[in-house]
Design a protein around this ligand. Structure first.
Ligand SMILES: Nc1ncnc2c1ncn2[C@@H]1O[C@H](COP(=O)(O)OP(=O)(O)O)[C@@H](O)[C@H]1O
Ligand SMILES: O=C(CO)[C@@H](O)[C@H](O)COP(=O)(O)O
Length: 497
């Protein structure tokens, strides 16, 4: 028997068909576009997620020569925070507004003003443009007729799950990213919902990530090749699932993920540590656990932007060939990855990226190295923040598309000054989703037991102390770029499309 892990990412949906030993029997991907009508806007059509998911499931089953009946359960990992507004009939009222959409600065200031200290006290997070509540308030203000028709809001993977099993749910790890959840009590916050006129009836029932919430219905079974009646488990936020899939299930463990966004995440046993709102603090996909994380909005996205803009025909391997031969500092070139604004440590929707120090001698490989270094420096800001807060970090497990490049893995070890663990057959959050289904199906007594079987380490990359020292000096210059370019970007904002 198999379980299916569905990772509803920003660039694509990835489906993993996994057996009882944790071996991936087949994987399939279906890509979908971002809709970016204006600078700062980022949307997707929820219908594309559903068709992409059923196509990828069908392909994965075909590749493995498996029948729908061979799948015992399915679960999900989802891009976080995206607002999907549904009408009475469960139809999306507009495109989903995604986590990397930054149109809601005004609504964030309003939330801070109305809630004051209650916001951090209840939701454990500051008001950031990417979170769901500011998006709800934006729609309420700018599209009041549409908002009046809204009966439910869900997050991206919850919409796909709803189309599979016909029921509305939201798991606690994803609900934590809405800014409407009382994170400690794991319930919708009446105080927050009432303050902004959001009826609690719009908020779906909260469940644990491993909860069985329904069965595959006939229509989706027909489209995907799954058997009707297959068990459906809630699943979790992509970062919670990334953490589960990387075995981040006890204190002292940390993860770096370079997907479209970039994340540095540390396991937390309670939600009581006060980070002063500098990092995000969310419920884990494991029961009674939490994680704290810093987010670089455009991590892998900076790299894919570089590729799509300057070498669309090249593979990442071709694009980054020669980067390993260039010493730290990329020949005096610095890049800040603020292509869509930033979250950690500068919550700033207006800032944009820069190349500082371009020289006539620079080749494409220098720019590639600078992009890699700039993304990693941005992630290092989060590592430093955790260090300053006294969080124990003995090593860091690296996942996501960025972990595919050996030079980038060594660079992470050197810049963070920490051993970096590469996983064997790294599958990112999709494996965490498959683990939630495997645990939910009762294959293992706990997520930890499942992790022992499913999560295999390939190697540990040690930092090179001389390079760590060199990077410390370059990082000090990198850190100045934000304040030196902020005023310039404020002025340039008027010229953005
Ligand atoms: N071989 C590679 N070398 C370097 N970076 C890569 C490679 N493959 C993918 N990436 C980076 O990883 C990103 C995609 O990561 P992924 O975890 O699949 O993203 P998401 O879950 O957000 O869709 C790309 O944007 C790219 O920057
Ligand atoms: O906004 C966040 C976390 O707060 C992002 O991490 C999204 O959840 C998207 O993830 P990827 O598509 O980059 O994996």
């Amino acid at each position: 028997m198999y379980v299916l892990g569905v990772d509803l990412g920003t660039s694509a949906v990835k489906v993993l068909l996994v057996d009882r030993t944790g071996a991936v029997k087949a994987e399939a991907t279906s890509v979908y576009p971002l809709i970016q009508e204006k600078s700062g806007y980022s949307e997707q059509d929820p219908a594309e997620w559903v068709s992409g998911t059923s196509n990828a499931i069908r392909e994965a089953l075909q590749k493995a020569g498996a029948a729908g009946q061979d799948v015992e359960g399915i679960s999900f990992s989802g891009q976080m925070h995206g607002l999907v507004l549904l009408d009475e009939a469960g139809k999306p009222l507009r495109n989903a507004i995604l986590w990397n959409d930054t149109r809601t600065t005004k609504q964030c200031r309003e939330i801070e003003q109305v809630l004051g200290a209650d916001l951090l006290g209840i939701a454990k997070n500051p008001a950031l443009e990417g979170f769901t509540l500011p998006k709800l308030l934006w729609v309420k203000e700018h599209e009041p007729e549409l908002f009046a028709k809204a009966k439910q809001f869900v997050l991206p993977k919850d919409y796909v799950r709803y189309r599979i099993c016909g029921e509305y749910h939201m798991d606690v790890s994803d609900a934590a990213g809405t800014l409407l959840l009382d994170v400690k009590r794991k319930q919708w916050s009446e105080r927050i919902a009432d303050a902004f006129g959001i009826p609690l009836s719009m908020c779906p029932p909260i469940v644990e990530a491993h909860a069985c919430v329904g069965e595959v219905q006939a229509e989706f079974a027909q489209a995907s090749g799954l058997a009707a009646g297959t068990k459906v488990f809630a699943g979790g936020a992509d970062n919670a699932c990334g953490a589960i899939g990387a075995g981040i299930l006890k204190p002292g463990m940390a993860m770096c993920s370079i997907g479209t966004s970039g994340v540095v995440l540390t396991y937390a046993e309670t939600c009581d540590q006060d980070f002063g709102g500098k990092v995000h603090l969310f419920n884990h996909g494991k029961e009674q656990a939490y994680y704290a994380m810093g987010v670089t909005l455009a991590a892998g996205y900076s790299m894919s932007w570089f590729k799509d803009t300057f070498a669309p025909e090249a593979s990442y391997e071709e694009l980054l060939a020669g980067v390993e031969d260039i010493p730290p500092g990329a020949g005096g070139l610095l890049f800040t990855p603020y292509l869509v604004g930033e979250r950690t440590p500068h919550a700033d929707a207006v800032i944009r990226g820069s190349f500082i120090g371009l020289d006539g001698s620079h080749k494409r490989s220098h720019i590639g190295r600078a992009v890699m270094e700039g993304i990693t420096f941005s992630l290092h800001e989060s590592v430093e923040m955790f260090r300053e807060a006294g969080v124990e970090m003995n090593e860091i497990v690296s996942i996501g598309g960025g972990a595919k490049n050996p030079t980038w893995l060594q660079m992470q070890a050197d810049i963070f000054g920490l051993p970096v663990v590469r996983l064997a057959n790294e599958q990112g959050p999709g494996m965490g989703a498959a683990m939630l289904a495997a645990y939910g199906c009762g294959w293992f007594p706990s997520l930890e037991a499942c992790g022992e079987q499913f999560v295999q380490r390939a190697e540990t990359i040690q930092p090179n102390p001389a390079r760590t020292e060199e990077y410390r000096n370059i990082f000090a210059i990198y850190q100045q770029v934000y304040s030196q370019t902020k005023g310039l970007n404020d002025q340039l904002a008027a010229f953005r499309a």
